[in-house]
Design a protein around this ligand. Sequence first.
Ligand code: BTN
Length: 335
Amino acid sequence: MPFNDKSNSRFKLFSQLAEADTAVVSSSALTENLGMSRQAIFKLVGTLREEGLDIESIPRRGYALRNCRDADALSPTLINYFLKDEKMFSKCVYIPEVDSTQQVIKKLAAQGAPEGIIVVTDHQTLGRGRRGRTWITPNGKNLFFSVLLRPKIATGDVQLLNLAAALAVSGALKEEHCVPAEIKWPNDILARGKKLCGILSESAGEPDRVYYAITGIGVNVNLPSGNINEDIARVATSVQVETGKITSRPLLLSQIFIRFAALAGMLSDERGKAEILSIYRKNCATLGKEVRVIEDEKKYLGTARDITDQGAIIVNIDGRDIVLAAADIQHLRQV
Ligand code: BTN
């Protein structure tokens, strides 16, 4: 699998159409700029349409792109185009159905794939969540994707990558789509107390060096309330339920990555890490709340006090501050 698609002809043709916005680009301009025959361009337009892109052919004039920012199909060319200025992301690969995007990335990592490869799918058959749980939500409506990172950080700082991902998702949802998104430590994204997105980070390495990290993100996007399984409707929501609108999944995915690239890039030095932690502390809705902590079979009530420099949570339980690196937390109320 080639690891960079930004120079292939499909991407170049799409870029020419996208730069013209919705104006018609003449076939002669395309043949000249791309150094391809009309026949080759006709074929490439067909492959872009197969990705779900709306390209109109105007007889004897040329081609025009329609509704690119509203497109909901997970077109890898569109996603690569939205991420064209992001150096961290090399390529987005779309696979219609997979067991888990985490598994696909794990295999690519073992083959030496570079940082920044994104795998996105419409349907996961074995989607995985935190703490060994499953993550299965309806296909064709949500976002399921994972990205391979090769960060220059110590293994103990992988949790900070997790926090950066939570900031990226909540920021994109709040600032670009007006979703009342908030972060529940470490990286659940909630809206009005219901879960909207889950993030799973896994890594391989030695104590002082991470070989690779995989961040997997699942967002409930275009799921009307009636489609949310009755068992989970009490605790889950979607972007559509929160905004009343259909949201373009490629657009949301790239907005998340543009933020994630900036935040993850800050983790390579101490100043950047301190800044991420400070932004996270301001944005983590868990802090100051009365919480229920669930650790294996045990449950405790306490008050969430702070986040440590490595991203663990400090909960005051019966007057004692306890540091929890990994646990399930439920919000009870503001103290
Ligand atoms: C959680 O338990 O909250 C984390 C859920 C993470 C789900 C995403 S969907 C894309 C990626 N592939 C997986 O199998 N899991 C993650």
